[in-house]
Design a protein around this ligand. Structure first.
Ligand SMILES: Nc1ncnc2c1ncn2[C@@H]1O[C@H](COP(=O)(O)OP(=O)(O)OP(=O)(O)O)[C@@H](O)[C@H]1O
Ligand SMILES: [Mg+2]
Length: 364
């Protein structure tokens, strides 16, 4: 699948843009603050219907304007798909495909996807466990849409349980009211845990394979799921989760929050036996994030039969030539890559890429 045309109106610093792209590698180059990242954000927005970096949708609207309009034409193996999104400053966004309005994900073409790698993603390794859980959860629900429902139920029940714990602390006689919430929490929680374990197993093999390609012999990567619920077998997760909750109830009441469950878990990356979060070099951490994103692209390609669009924001300068080539040559998807200077892209790759100069909200 690839994006063949992009139109923007009042999107960030793009007053108006209408540009065609082809398969293969598209390089967006230009000075700082010209709009390179904004183009990647627009492509990501069209394919995922949300921004990776904007906390609120309205931030993508050009300052002082009432709305932003984005349109992409995607060529998929089943034909050409036109998708439009209008984001308003004062009401819900409108999504259209093939000219008609869509209100659910399931109504949209499932072949369109993109994976973005940006400098902020370093937090995926360095940051809090919640970021790693979010990454894994997103990998799963992009492939198994039903998973989102379990997450929603789980977090809703968790919020209720935590509120109840506060009340019980003040009034211990309410303690029996916790039981039904525990049952619901374990039901949704067990499904989340078993999906995470299964998917981490699958994507973990890809991450390690890609890591080995990058680093060669000498570095060994191991990936662990750190769980707060001790279970004896995959079949007994729900039962064991319930027991763990019972055992920690006193502690939970005194702290007014639920101290065990998938919302407390983490994913650990060990390079040569040491946790990369605390002991990895900056370069190793960046490399790991790239491996995670490339593995995500691989799993999407395998599951959907279409490679996602790869959006690589400013990653070349920190890698050596061999690794730059490995990234750019090793997939059959459409790639968008930004750089402040073409010298960061290997010459033979520049030769076969489409080059776009980004200057003050326009593409040349
Ligand atoms: N909502 C908005 N309305 C108007 N301009 C915006 C909006 N949001 C961001 N900008 C501007 O867009 C410009 C380009 O931002 P962008 O992040 O795309 O730059 P860039 O080319 O990727 O630069 P760098 O090389 O530094 O990463 C910036 O000057 C920024 O102030
Ligand atoms: Mg940028």
């Amino acid at each position: 699948m690839h994006l063949s045309r992009l139109r923007l109106i009042d999107f960030r610093n793009f007053k108006e843009l209408d540009v065609s792209f082809s398969r293969g590698i598209n390089v967006l180059y230009g000075d700082n603050a010209q709009g390179k990242t904004n183009v990647l954000e627009a492509i990501y927005y069209l394919s995922n219907l949300r921004s990776e970096r904007a906390a609120r949708d309205q931030q993508i609207i050009m300052h002082e304007r009432p709305l932003a309009f984005l349109k992409g034409v995607f060529e998929t193996c089943t034909g050409s798909v036109e998708r439009e999104v209008t984001v308003f400053s004062d009401k819900k966004k409108v999504v259209k495909e093939g000219g008609s309005q869509k209100s659910r994900w399931s109504e949209l073409c499932g072949d369109i996807s993109s994976v973005i790698f940006s400098p902020d993603d370093l937090n995926l390794i360095k940051g809090e466990p919640s970021l790693r859980r979010k990454f894994l959860d997103a990998v799963i629900y992009h492939i198994k849409p039903g998973y989102m429902k379990y997450l929603q139920v789980y977090y809703r029940v968790l919020a209720h349980r935590n509120k109840l714990l506060k009340s019980v602390k003040k009034k211990p006689s309410l303690s029996d009211n916790i039981d039904p919430w525990d049952l619901q929490l374990c039901d949704a929680g067990a499904r989340i845990l078993s999906e995470r374990l299964e998917f981490l197993n699958r994507i973990g093999a890809d991450i390690i394979d890609i890591f080995n390609n990058f680093t060669g012999a000498g570095s060994v990567l191991k990936i662990n799921y750190i769980h707060s619920v001790n279970f004896t077998s995959p079949e007994s997760i729900e039962h064991d989760f319930l027991n763990t909750l019972k055992n920690s109830r006193e502690k939970d009441i005194s702290r007014c929050f639920t101290t065990c469950g998938p919302h407390r878990d983490d994913i650990q990356f060990l390079i040569n036996g040491r946790d990369a979060r605390f002991f990895g070099s900056q370069g190793q951490q960046r490399m790991l994030v790239l491996c995670l994103k490339m593995a995500q692209a691989r799993i999407l390609t395998r599951e959907r039969g279409e490679a996602p669009i790869m959006l690589l924001d400013d990653v070349m300068s920190e890698l050596d030539i061999a690794r730059r080539k490995l990234i750019l040559e090793n997939h059959d998807s459409q790639v968008f890559i930004t750089t402040t200077d073409l010298k960061f892209i290997p010459d033979d790759i520049v030769e076969k890429s489409n080059l776009y100069r980004v200057r003050a909200g326009s593409l040349e």
